[in-house]
Design a protein around this ligand. Structure first.
Ligand code: AMP
Length: 286
């Protein structure tokens, strides 16, 4: 496994793999790697790709007062995880490599970012869209793998690549959960034991929504009110949002007549957790 820290060497390594006839599969991450990240690497491996992982805690997607400084960092552990997952190349840039002084260009994806996390994290999706554009230009992948756990991010990146004609296939991968349903996240490490058990309320609320929608409830307001009850009953928290939206446009839905994305963001102590589920009212699960 090769580890690069600058743009030129990264481009050279990727060009050599492509010259050898390999398709380039790319998994952008912020490190503190866990089983969900590995599932994205495995998806790329299964596709037969030359697998490139980037590890970069991107400062521009954190707002003032957010957890950029506290965000978990574990270079040694992350490199071992990549090695074990059969990754071919890890791009591990510093902030100085990614943002040399004087950069003034950003990428903004409109509309899709007006709902859900957008209003609660001003500038976040500009930071994401800009860094992903830069990483795509550095790595020049054929395919890039993103988790459905960050459904709005996935939608933003799909739209950005389409709108800007980026020649990258975007592959969405299913959310990986702990046995009790909590979506895996590097931020779960912030939770103390009581908060960790409280945190299962997000998944329980989503499962409740799924079952209500699939047994005929059509009112998004009824669904979100019931979800709010489940989350508030679990313990002290601050709900950023609980929403039912269109899975492509992220626009709010009032009457549920087709597939919807049910999404929520909840702060438990200082930890902000997000989760979501795509629910099709025509599918019934036992
Ligand atoms: P992060 O390191 O949190 O920026 O995440 C890097 C990639 O892993 C993103 O595409 C995330 O959507 C994805 N990811 C993180 N957690 C999960 C999860 N529990 N299930 C699926 N994908 C995930």
């Amino acid at each position: 496994m090769l580890v690069t820290r600058d743009i030129e060497r990264t481009r050279k390594a990727v060009a050599a793999a492509r010259a050898a006839g390999r398709r380039i599969g790319f998994v952008p991450t912020m490190g503190a790697l866990h089983a969900a990240h590995v599932s994205l690497m495995e998806a790329a491996r299964r596709a037969g790709d030359f697998v490139v992982v980037s590890i970069f805690v991107n400062p521009t997607q954190f707002g003032p007062g957010e957890d950029f400084d506290a965000y978990p960092r574990d270079e040694g552990g992350d490199l071992a995880t990549c090695e074990n997952a059969g990754v071919d190349l890890v791009f591990f840039p510093s902030v100085a490599v990614m943002y040399p002084p004087g950069a003034v260009t950003t990428v903004h994806v409109a509309r899709l970012t007006d709902t859900l996390c957008g209003p609660h994290r001003p500038g976040h999706f500009d930071g994401v869209a800009t860094v992903v554009t830069k990483l795509f230009n550095i790595v020049q992948p054929d395919a890039a793998y993103f988790g459905q756990k960050d459904a709005q991010q996935l939608a933003v990146i799909r739209r950005m690549t389409r709108d800007l004609d980026m020649p990258v296939e975007i592959v969405g991968c299913p959310t990986v959960r702990e046995p009790d349903g909590l979506a895996m996240s590097s931020r779960n490490a912030y939770l103390d034991p009581d908060q960790r058990s409280q945190a299962t309320c997000l998944y329980r609320a989503l499962e409740h929504a799924r079952s209500r929608i699939q047994t005929g409830e059509e009112s998004a307001e009824t669904i979100t009110t019931e979800m709010r009850g489940i989350v508030e009953n679990a313990g002290p928290c601050r709900i950023d949002y609980i929403s039912v939206v269109d899975p492509a446009s992220m626009e709010p839905v009032t009457r549920i007549a087709g597939p919807v994305l049910v999404a929520l963001a909840v702060r438990i102590g200082r930890t902000r957790l997000i989760d979501n589920m795509t629910v099709d009212p025509r599918e019934r699960t036992p």
